[in-house]
Design a protein around this ligand. Structure first.
Ligand code: MGD
Ligand code: MGD
Ligand code: SF4
Ligand code: MO
Length: 706
């Protein structure tokens, strides 16, 4: 493993990974401690800026509550009593137990869980594959990013992100269920988006809230949560019937135009207005500008995926790019340039009979089947298996950087599942509600404490960066190294390969070793456009699949459609009598990354309490006043939030923060259920038929003052 960079004023270039953004940073190390983190100006993605989360890294790394030694449970499960143990003792015992479960109940009885987009992502998959278990999960996947990636691959042969970096600026940016000025890291960073709007791009925001991004847009389309597919179908229809689509492009590169035209014929603006609440005029202006005032970026978010019609919702929105030719053009949405090799996840090590046992794979073919982009287990089924032993026992769960008690739907069900396990191991930076349930809690490294490479933007990369271990706090270890140690103890395939070997393999296509890239810090690919003109798109038809044959072959609808959310005022009027408001959850906040960061004083001071946003008329009707505590209830449970009464949200909609727990209330189980929005959500069917997505946006709720 390479040692520290030669000291240079005690400052090193690195890449912030508090979120999955990747802002370039200058890290000051003194006496082995990270004392300061500031932006590094040379990255085209972060442009000399960082956010409050990244800048607070030294506070987090040297926080008095940080886990610095492995801990073993001494009390009853969940009692929160632990004693320090050595790494050797912890890992020897964990390995011995995993080996026993593997022999007694099959490798599929061991599951792995991980958080979103962390540096160790592919190493967790590698461990699962070589151990022989098909059951790993990440709480996003079915509900985050995988639908967007998979649909892009099926529709135009690759994932695309906005070209915020070239010489041609976008003229129009359509932000759909996405608030990148706050959440930017999904796919790109907030800063270039902010710059593009400041330089005059016309923004359009489809969002029930007038979000930070919507406030900088020329047009806001307030939408009833969960109805995005209806709006997209109507915009597709308008683009076709008004003749705003790019005729030359569609003729040369569109497959299935006539079928799509027939499918969207009934999606009139009046119908869509009745379903979505978006006024017809705004809807048509948005469609016209996106199609005609080019180049245009369509910047989409996770809202499109957190519903049981995620495949067709994402498809409907994706097709706007295909009809308007805003693909692979300067200032539009562009493909990446694969600079480096894929992470060797050793997929071939997983035997076919194990594949067949992956929970949910038989039903959700684009989440867990062989056509899936990154095949994973279906979370509701996996947690049910832990609770019930059906279809087989899942006895152990190893969790790396994930807090399912905060971030997975149906918190009470998750709690029961964790209680039923024979072994729960959690690697994290802090004791969390999930870690407090564990048999072993392992102290993990922060980003300045690890060696890794990162490609940006995610999944459509144009650059690769290296970050190198600069310091170590206590006995904290990088997750990849914890997994490699376990792999060696278990004698798994590939266990002899070091992390440096793996990174060197990945970098071979650009002719650099990890050490060499670490010295250079970043390698950028030159911009590339119009690549389809040579060989077409990377789809079976070599065209943009407006009607998608591959979906039809898998048994899914090749054309997009709308389905009313299963729990809505329209589809569940009985429930709506008691729960008359529409609930949406999880809109991101600048201070926190999901359930992370509540113990960092500077961040918590900016946002001390969990908020529920609602409009003034809605608040008045239920006696709720701004700044006071209130109750939010759903058919599943009840939580306590602080009311934020604001004009910047559609009346009748309540938007509730997610990820809340209270590190300061350790003696009280961190009050893990008190303000946790996933107490209100459900992991019960229906699910999206292709991805298994469940509903987190567009449910029903009621509110009351406290
Ligand atoms: N209701 C509702 N639920 C949601 C969502 C929503 O919008 N609404 N969003 C969903 C989405 S899109 C996602 S992606 C998930 C996210 O869900 P998670 O990935 O579970 O979220 P985090 O809270 O970021 O991560 C959990 C833990 O990772 C730890 N951690 C951070 N970095 C590292 C590291 O490098 N190593 C280790 N070992 N630990 C680390 C943090 O301390 C934290 O305790 O939540 C989902 N849940
Ligand atoms: N600061 C910060 N940044 C983050 C994260 C974080 O936790 N904190 N998480 C990261 C992760 S894993 C993800 S997935 C991304 C998510 O980031 P985004 O994709 O931007 O998603 P959100 O911020 O959750 O929601 C975006 C907007 O959708 C609106 N919305 C809610 N329901 C609906 C709906 O049904 N339809 C429409 N059209 N809009 C709706 C919300 O009001 C919100 O303003 O952020 C990433 N970046
Ligand atoms: S946006 Fe993400 S990567 Fe950038 S400074 Fe903030 S936390 Fe770090
Ligand atoms: Mo996510």
């Amino acid at each position: 493993m390479p040692s520290l960079n030669p000291p240079c004023d005690g400052e090193f270039r690195s890449i912030c990974r508090v979120c999955h953004g990747g802002c370039a940073a200058r890290v000051t190390v003194a006496d082995g401690k990270v004392v300061r983190v500031r932006p590094w100006p040379g990255s085209p993605f972060s442009r000399g800026r960082m956010c409050v989360k990244g800048l607070s890294t030294p506070q987090a790394m040297h926080h008095p509550d940080r886990l610095t030694r492995p801990l073993k449970r001494t009390g009853a499960r969940g009692e929160g009593k632990f004693a320090p143990v050595s790494w050797d003792e912890a890992l020897a015992d964990i390995a011995a137990r995993l080996d026993r479960f593997r022999r007694e109940s099959g490798p599929e009885s061991v599951a792995l869980g991980q958080g979103t987009g962390r540096h160790h992502y592919f190493h967790v998959i590698r461990f699962a594959n070589t151990f022989g278990t098909p059951n790993w999960y990440e709480p996003g996947l079915a509900n985050c990013y995988i639908p967007r990636i998979t649909v892009s691959n099926l529709t135009y042969g690759g994932f695309v992100t906005g070209d915020y970096y070239g010489d041609t600026p976008p003229r129009t940016i359509l932000f759909w269920g996405h608030n990148p000025l706050v959440s930017g890291p999904d796919g790109k960073l907030a800063f270039p988006v902010r710059d593009a709007l400041a330089r005059g791009a016309f923004g359009i925001a489809v969002d029930p809230r007038r979000s930070e991004t919507a406030k900088r847009c020329g047009l806001w389309l307030p939408i009833r949560p969960g109805t995005d597919a209806a709006l997209a179908l109507a915009m597709l229809r308008a683009v076709i019937e008004e003749g705003w689509y790019d005729k030359a492009f569609v003729e040369a590169y569109g497959a299935g135009f006539a079928d799509l035209r027939t499918r969207v014929a009934a999606a009139t603006p009046a119908w869509a207005e009745a379903v979505t609440g978006v006024p017809t005029g705004a809807m048509l202006e948005a469609a016209h500008r996106y199609a005609a005032d080019r180049p245009s970026i369509l910047d989409w978010g996770v809202s499109l995926e957190q519903n049981p019609n995620s495949l067709q919702t994402v498809r409907a929105v994706a097709l706007l790019r295909g009809l308007t030719g805003n693909l692979d053009v300067p200032g539009g949405d562009v493909f990446g340039s694969d600079l480096v090799a894929a992470y060797p996840v050793l997929r071939q090590a997983l035997p076919p009979e194990a594949l067949a046992k992956r929970i949910g794979a038989d039903r959700f073919k684009l989440l867990g089947g062989f056509r899936a982009f990154m095949p994973a287990a279906h979370i509701p089924g996996l947690f049910a298996a832990m609770r019930t032993g059906e279809p087989y026992r899942v006895r152990a769960l190893l969790v790396f950087g994930n807090n399912p008690l905060a971030t997975v739907a149906n918190t009470r069900g998750v709690l029961e599942a964790l209680k039923a396990l024979d072994l729960l191991v959690v690697a994290d930076h802090f004791m969390t509600p999930t870690a407090a349930m564990a048999d072993y809690v392992l102290p993990s490294a922060y980003w300045p404490e690890i060696d890794q490479i990162i490609e940006l933007p995610f999944v459509a990369p144009r650059a690769v960066f290296a970050h190198r271990k600069l310091a170590t706090v206590g006995e904290c270890r990088q997750n990849e190294l914890i997994l490699s140690d376990l792999a060696q103890r278990l004698g798994l395939p590939g266990a002899d390969e070091s992390l440096t070997d793996i990174l060197n393999q990945r970098l071979a296509p650009i002719g650099l070793t990890f050490d060499e890239l670490a010295d250079r810090f970043m390698v950028l690919a030159p911009p590339a456009y119009h690549r389809y003109r040579e060989k077409g798109f990377r789809t079976p038809s070599r065209k943009v699949e407006l009607s998608c044959k591959a979906l039809a072959r898998l048994g899914y609808d090749p054309l997009p459609s709308f389905a009313e959310p299963p729990e809505s005022p329209v589809s569940a009027p009985e429930t709506a009598r008691e729960y008359p408001l529409v609930l949406t959850t999880g809109a991101r906040r600048p201070e926190f990354f999901h359930s992370d960061g509540r113990q960092i004083a500077s961040l918590r001071a900016r946002r001390p309490d969990p908020l529920a946003e609602l409009g003034p008329r809605t608040a008045a009707r239920y006696g709720i006043t701004d700044g006071n505590w209130m109750r939010v209830k759903s058919p599943r449970g009840e939580i306590r939030m602080r009311a934020k009464v604001t004009e910047d949200i559609m009346e009748g909609v309540v938007s509730v923060d997610h990820g809340w727990w209270f590190p300061e209330r350790e003696g009280d189980g961190f009050a893990a259920l008190a303000s946790n929005v996933n107490v209100l959500t459900s992991d019960a069917p229906p699910y999206d038929p292709a991805f298994g997505s469940y509903q987190l946006r567009g449910l029903l709720c009621a509110v009351a003052p406290e």
